[in-house]
Design a protein around this ligand. Structure first.
Ligand code: GLC
Length: 421
């Protein structure tokens, strides 16, 4: 099954890099500030990613415990990070480099799965019609701007660019299209599967890269679904079938480098989100936005280092793990891999954690960070609470004894080896 590597990897790195990285105030800056092409042009003319180092990016992903990376080949601003023959609006023209080539080669050499992101939206292309998401929507006579714009021509360009990416760069493991907004708003139409000719585009993907996973953002179902900036609270099931899903998350709310945004998530919160995703049978794609020179900002590098440290000790609880068929205690979530059940303790209780349904089912318990054995016991359900005697736990509950001192890791994990059924 082509989903297998993806379901096992569980943790990937999203990389948003482009002209907006130099603008340094969100990847939607052109839209948010209604910048004209002329106003956006300086970021192209002065694009200088001298610190964009694909090899160190690939290594960093690996060191963080991530099994795949997804790079923006083109974002909504239309700037292509590869040597596209279909436009001059490329990194090749701007700085003489095919960044997609560098990236793909480095990932393969490091043994990391290769993912591409591609925006089907294009605010630079002269045939892409103005809509309620377009930077020109508030111009005087904005509707007249659409006279002569021809989405059929744009579609050819879109399909042509996707063909280049899927033909000239060897095997691609994953493609994240972005995005569909079919609803009408403020007197404008949105855009959906018909505008992209999504069926043909998906068929092209299947033809050129049969093993590649494709997301659902062409507006038609494909291989996985993509909750963005929220955490699903249960496995995602549609018509009785469990869907493959991946939550994409930012470090600070912005995908592109946003210098003055300090809404940084803590490493603890991020590990919690990762464990939470896996506990619901999902992946987490965590974004970094390299800065205007292509380097990972020190504040982001620091967070990734901490996540990597946690992953080195706890990878067994994440990679290859998934949803467990037990209700977790109030202190955290479970993940499960084979006969191992992992309890991620989001809060640290005093002395004991009580696990319903697990009495008689656990052969061995230990803390995963240091492999230290944990005593287990079963408290008589009929036991009456008294001064220093706790009340009995519900029938079938296993009690795990914990040290008073919480292990000094972002999220402590108790590993429970289950007995053979
Ligand atoms: C959104 C945004 C975008 C970002 C993406 C990541 O749809 O438009 O800027 O690239 O999600 O999932």
């Amino acid at each position: 099954m082509k989903q297998q590597w993806f379901n096992e990897a569980r943790f990937g790195m999203f990389v948003h890099f482009g002209l907006y990285s130099a603008a340094a105030r969100h990847e939607w800056v052109q839209n948010y500030e209604r910048l004209t092409d002329a106003e956006y042009r300086p970021y192209f003319d002065h694009f200088d990613p001298d610190r964009f180092d694909a090899r160190s990016l690939a290594r960093r992903a690996k060191d963080t415990g991530m099994g795949y990376v997804v790079l923006t080949t083109k974002h909504h601003d239309g700037f292509a990070l590869w040597d596209s023959a279909l436009t001059d609006f490329t990194s090749m023209t701007a700085c003489g480099r095919d960044l997609v080539r560098e990236y793909v080669d480095a990932l393969r050499e490091e043994g990391v799965k290769v993912g591409l992101y591609h925006s089907v939206i294009d605010w630079h292309h002269p045939d892409f019609t103005v809509d309620w998401n377009h930077p020109r929507r508030d111009d005087e006579n904005a509707h007249e701007l659409n006279v002569g714009r021809d989405m059929a021509r744009y579609r050819d360009f879109l399909h042509g660019q996707v063909r280049e990416l899927l033909t000239d760069y060897g095997e691609i493991d994953y493609l994240f299209f972005d995005f569909t907004y079919p609803e009408s708003k403020d007197g404008w139409d949105g855009k959906g599967p018909v505008d992209w000719d999504a069926q043909t585009l998906l068929a092209l993907c299947r033809e050129l890269q049969p093993g590649m996973l494709v997301n659902d953002r062409l507006g038609i179902p494909a291989d996985f679904v993509t909750p963005e900036q929220y955490q699903p609270t249960s496995p995602i099931v549609k018509d009785g079938v469990a869907l493959t899903w991946e939550a994409c998350q930012t470090l600070n709310g912005s995908w592109g480098y946003h210098r003055d945004n300090t809404d940084q998530k803590s490493p603890t919160l991020l590990v919690q989100m990762l464990a939470d995703s896996v506990s619901m049978d999902g992946n987490m794609l965590l974004n970094v936005g390299p800065d205007g020179r292509g380097a990972i900002a020190p504040r982001d590098a620091k967070v990734l280092d901490e996540l990597g440290e946690w992953m080195r000790l706890h990878r067994d609880a994440i990679i290859g793990a998934g949803h467990a068929p037990f209700a977790p205690p109030r202190e955290g979530v479970y993940t499960m891999r084979g006969d191992r059940l992992y309890l991620h303790l989001f809060s640290w209780p005093m002395g004991f954690v009580h696990l319903p349904q697990l009495a008689g089912r656990v052969a061995y318990a230990r803390l995963l960070n240091d492999g230290s054995w944990l005593k287990t016991s079963v408290i008589d359900p009929d036991q009456q609470a008294d001064l220093m005697t706790p009340a009995g736990e519900e029938e079938g509950t296993l009690t795990v004894h914990l040290p008073i001192r919480r292990p000094d890791v972002l999220i402590p994990v108790v590993e429970l080896t289950l007995v053979d059924d």
